[in-house]
Design a protein around this ligand. Sequence first.
Ligand code: NI
Length: 136
Amino acid sequence: MLKRFSISLDEKLLDQFDNYIRPRGYSNRSEAVRDLIRKALVSEEWQQDGEVVGVVTIVYNHHQPQLQEKITELQHRYHHQITSTTHVHMENHHCLEVTIVKGRASQVRELAEQLIALRGVKDGNLAMSSTGGHLH
Ligand code: NI
């Protein structure tokens, strides 16, 4: 059920909000506000160590000694938190690996941090997501 409520904002803040949402393709303020609220709830779930989902992306040089083994070892150690992994051979030296993760925020973050910190990983990122409404 859709409920309505009104928001009072000073003019300057409203201008800033409109300038923020326009280039992002929002056709109205309501959808933009909904997305911001959901984003806050997702962030809250991560902070409260809730059940979350995420994507860990790493780019690495596969010639780096021992790196593939260390990645595989970590993925096995955290197999309960891993849904799937996709590996892409980028060119002669580099690989992109995307790991979809799910579970307690603290454990998912722990895995992501360890993967990203491995020597030879050139870029790493954890995209934090969730339903914002408590997964079980
Ligand atoms: Ni590769």
